[in-house]
Design a binder for this molecule. Structure first.
Ligand SMILES: *Cc1c(COP(=O)(O)O)cnc(C)c1O
Length: 407
């Protein structure tokens, strides 16, 4: 018997039926089957073009199939892809050096997925807590925020407040405490002598683009410094230009002790993540205490180096700030009682619909019919996060489509 399916799938319905037959059903995607992408656009199997206003949850900030990243990928892939960290490769040192020069980090720990980098930061924080801060063995506490999203591992979902992410997956890791997001007083009250770290997103992405009150990150930074607690920012989604700055922390003029990046670090070509350290925390790791077969591999490093280079050299970060403001104004100008709020920074935007508006999912389906792909988050919020190469004309077009659907 031949186990390799001949190319018999033609229509979108064929692909969807086959996926549903054989795949785990852990997603509920819009029923659009994509075949090709270029810049801000993607095309489905019937040749229909859509503007991508999700950018793979901000992993494709540089636009689909960016030609310079593609060239770096194919060049490196034809030379050397994987050595493991048992040996060294000629890309890792350059990746480290360029990431540090760009972010002013002192040390880099390379991983693959975002969740892995978050896990790595948690391990680092605990080890630092015992080795440097002097927390009693087995007692380290890490404070997190309600409505956080940091990934899908058992430890991470164990400190999620979203029942769907958490229920049925226990028992969970001990040592996590939850405080409301945006509430510095609650953070201060939760800190004990055993607190080793505070983990937070500068803007909560999956929660629906929730921006904390002005001054929150500065206060949190000061509290962490005062109580000798590591301040860990998860910039996997907010980082690398999405909010109009390289890192969202720059809006608040703060620097984290550990910064976690991923997603757009490889422009959508490859899973690459990293923990960046600005203090002595990284020095607690010794050979054999942490690792990853694929982390820091030469293909990942070559792709990530070019993904960062085009982000900076092609002015995508400044463009996100400028066009993001224009797009936000376009959305704010829509006069509709279906819209409760427009919020966001740079090209990390969201439209929250009135609970009476019939839900974000039908709105996303109406946008899809007009050639715009966006994804609802929770029941009433539409997230808008196009690639950072968006032009003024394209921003105006997005505004027109939302206007048509919401009025
Ligand atoms: C996407 C995301 C993660 C998880 O990244 P994966 O690559 O999906 O594991 C973690 N934190 C934030 C803020 C994210 O947006």
């Amino acid at each position: 018997m031949n186990h390799f399916a001949p190319q018999t799938l033609k229509s979108a319905e064929d692909f969807i039926a086959r996926e549903n037959e054989f795949g785990a059903m852990n997603y509920k995607p819009l029923d659009v089957v994509l075949r090709r992408g270029e810049g801000v656009y993607v095309w489905d199997v019937d040749g229909r073009r859509y503007m991508d206003c999700l950018s793979a949850y901000s992993a494709v900030n540089q636009g689909h199939c960016h030609p310079r990243i593609l060239a770096a990928l194919t060049e490196q892939a034809s030379r050397l892809t994987l050595t493991s960290r048992a040996f060294r490769n000629d890309q890792l040192a350059l990746f480290y050096e360029e990431v540090c020069a760009l972010t002013r980090a002192h040390k880099v720990l390379p991983m693959n997925s975002g969740a892995e980098a978050v896990e790595s930061a948690l391990k680092l924080a605990r080890k630092w807590g015992y080795a440097v801060k002097g927390a009693p063995a087995g007692q380290a506490e890490i404070i997190v925020c309600a409505n956080n999203f940091h990934g899908r591992t058992i430890t991470i979902v164990g400190f999620s407040s979203d029942p769907g992410s958490r229920e049925g997956f226990g028992p969970f890791s001990a040592g996590f405490k939850m405080v409301p997001f945006g509430d510095a007083a609650a953070l201060e009250a939760a800190i004990t002598p055993n607190t080793v770290a505070f983990l937070v997103e500068p803007i909560q992405g999956e929660a629906g683009v929730i921006i904390p009150p002005p001054g929150y990150l500065k206060k949190a930074r000061a509290l962490c410094t005062r109580h000798n607690v590591l301040f860990i920012l998860d910039e996997i989604q907010t980082g690398l230009g999405r909010t109009g700055k390289l890192l969202a922390e720059e809006h608040d003029g703060v620097e984290a002790d550990l910064t976690i990046i991923g997603k757009a670090l490889a422009g959508g070509f490859y899973p690459v993540s990293a923990v960046l350290s600005n203090n002595e925390a990284m020095s607690v790791l010794h050979p054999g205490e942490h690792g990853s077969t694929f982390g820091g591999n030469p293909l990942a490093c070559a792709v990530a180096r070019m993904a960062l280079k085009v982000l900076v050299e092609e002015g995508m970060i400044e463009n996100a700030a400028r066009v993001g403001e224009r797009l936000k104004r376009n959305l704010e100008d829509i006069r509709s009682n279906l819209v409760k709020e427009v919020r966001g920074v740079g090209l990390m935007l969201a439209v929250e619909l009135d609970p009476e508006a019939g839900g974000a999912r039908p709105a996303c389906e109406a946008l899809q019919a007009r050639g715009l792909l966006a994804k609802e988050t929770h029941d009433h919020t539409i997230r808008i996060a196009p690639p950072l190469i968006l032009t003024d004309e394209q921003a105006d077009w997005i505004g027109d489509q939302f206007k048509a659907v919401l009025t």
